[in-house]
Design a protein around this ligand. Sequence first.
Ligand SMILES: [Cu+2]
Length: 349
Amino acid sequence: MSFKPLVLLSLLLPGVAGASTFMPPAATVTAGEVDSVYAFLLITSLISFIILIGGMIFFVFKYKRKSATDKTAYITHDHTLEFVWSFIPFLIFMFVFAWGWKIYHDMRHSPEGALEVHVMAKKWDWRFLYKNGKEVTSGLDDKGQKAPATMVVPVGKPVKLIMASEKISAGSTDPMDRPVLHSFFIPAARIKQDVVPGRYTTMWFQLDQPGDYWVFCTEFCGSGHSAMKARISAVPVADFEKWLAAEGTGEMTLADKGRALYSSKACAGCHSADGTRVVGPTFKSAWGASRDIEGGGKATVDENYVRESILNPNAKVAAGYPAGVMPTFAGQLSDDDVKALIEFIKTLK
Ligand SMILES: [Cu+2]
């Protein structure tokens, strides 16, 4: 038997052991876990491959017909053997499932108190909006080259992204200028999440090493897709606080902007902020609450629920309140206005 296939496999092994040959070093706990499960899958696949293909090649030679009259032995089945080769893979699959489930669960549930940053994707750029009103966009560097938007985050602290897809220019009525699907990918954190038109998606991470990390759009979104990049800069907490308070901060926090809209757009006439019942439900303690929906079902008051309530009030009507009373604010409030109102409602604990 030739040893060439083994030589080839041994060339693959360093990649398997590192499990991240084509990836930057893991920068989060989750990334390390993803690498481990990936390495496990690769190594078990490799072992199965060797047993299966090796066994097949071995049998081809061992049981080769020796003469024209050679007859195959009469073999039907072997219960023990069949059970073993089904049950062992079953255990391995269940183990991988449970392991993957745990990692996925941790990925999907952001820890309490995470720093929230709004992320906006458009053809073909990223924009970051902090709660204090600070906005980060791409710009030009000293040489006039495009410098990607850099989201600064504190090292060792969880960060939750609330992501939305938007038009190239907010007020545009050009039918070609509509939000499209993107995906926010941080290779060093091994996480990605679709950014979907018409709703918010979320994702969280915690970078434990200071440094700069790349963000790519990883859902083909048009001709500028490959250039749709951003940076994440993880810095010590004190530096982050300083940066957040420094120049470029919006004149208002998102919540204050939301409070102003709450008055100027007459939400206040139907929704109190202090718990009293007016026409619609009060915003006091509304955030995170569970609502019975007219016609059955429940909804949690979160970003998507509030957004839908504002733009399409009849989609889900809170039980016990009149339907068709709240006017739609679609076209009257910008995407950023809606975010501001959401942040305002969040503060009414
Ligand atoms: Cu994109």
